[in-house]
Design a binder for this molecule. Structure first.
Ligand code: C2E
Ligand code: CA
Ligand code: CA
Ligand code: CA
Length: 273
């Protein structure tokens, strides 16, 4: 086939143009997404790997853009951080999570992801307000925080973590293994659980290094006396290997995809299935 360099250049700049238009659209529309009812919070079960029993559900936000369709949180969470509207967006998710799970009987917890930028200022106050308003017991709320949230202002982060845990909230380190985790770090920031990033789970069975890494995190969890939760479990083989390694809890498509509110309430036993 003949190459046409001019055509290649034209296509390239057309793509660049499309990308720029999309970014501008997202930037302009994101600040209004919540009030326009375009944000939806889904809930993914976290189960006991042996029994399949659900101990918690993780809140995962979605943006249904009227023109661009479904936008991934991997695209709009960083944008919300840049635009400095992440606190409002985070509060929206927190409110939805607490309101939904206040209707669920029993002890099932709801886990909410917290962006590093949110984990500052009046965050503790926001959490207290939402719990008071929705009537959810603090012990039924979990917060998932990445290590990067904790390295920015160490003093303030340690104090905030302490206050949240003192309230009875379950604080977990998210995406464990992808950041700057160290023993000294975990000593400095006592937490209630570690979540292993799904990148490591995906490679289980493919290479020995991943299994060794998972084993190491499980040992760390044992030493710290905190549970370790595996995310992104897609196959029975991965589940069985995790059980063999001593992991007790996890989430992934094998058990359930993230569910809309109605399906989540049914799953958690608050509505007839
Ligand atoms: P994360 O906290 O690591 O959440 C797990 C991600 O893995 C979710 O992607 C979930 O849908 C996906 N997942 C779960 N099980 C499986 C599986 O078996 N296979 C595969 N391939 N994927 C699985 P999602 O919902 O697209 O969210 C992506 C990231 O966006 C989350 O990663 C989290 O960091 C962030 N995020 C989502 N919602 C919020 C939010 O409300 N606030 C903040 N700050 N971040 C959020
Ligand atoms: Ca998470
Ligand atoms: Ca994450
Ligand atoms: Ca992850």
């Amino acid at each position: 086939a003949k190459r046409d360099p001019h055509h290649a250049v034209a296509t390239f700049s057309a793509d660049m143009h499309d990308h720029a238009v999309r970014q501008l659209t997202l930037e302009g529309d994101l600040p209004h997404a919540a009030q326009r009812g375009e944000l939806e919070v889904l809930y993914q079960p976290i189960v006991c790997l042996d029994t399949g029993e659900t101990s918690a559900m993780e809140a995962l936000v979605r943006w249904r853009h009227p023109v661009l369709g479904m936008v991934s949180p991997l695209d709009f969470i960083p944008l919300a951080e840049e635009l400095e509207i992440i606190s409002g967006l985070g509060a929206f998710v927190l409110e939805d999570a607490c309101r939904t799970f206040a209707r669920v009987p029993g002890t099932c917890r709801v886990q909410v992801n917290v962006s590093p930028r949110q984990f500052r200022g009046s965050f503790v106050r926001t959490v207290q307000d939402v719990l008071a308003r929705t009537g959810l017991a603090p012990a039924r709320l979990g917060l998932e925080i990445t290590e990067s949230a904790l390295v920015e202002d160490v003093e303030e982060a340690a104090r905030t973590l302490g206050e949240l845990r003192h309230m009875g909230i379950n604080v977990q380190i998210d995406d464990f293994g992808t950041g700057h985790s160290s023993l000294a770090f975990l000593h400095r920031f006592p937490v209630d659980a570690l979540k292993i990033d799904r990148a490591f789970i995906a490679k289980l069975g493919e290479d020995d290094v991943s299994a060794d890494l998972v084993r190491t995190v499980l040992l760390l969890g044992q030493a710290l006396r905190v549970p370790v939760i595996a995310e992104g479990i897609e196959t029975a083989a991965q589940r069985d290997q995790l059980i063999a390694l001593g992991c007790r809890r996890g989430q992934g498509y094998l058990f359930s995809r993230p569910l809309d509110r109605r399906a989540a309430l049914a799953w958690a036993g608050a509505l007839p299935g």
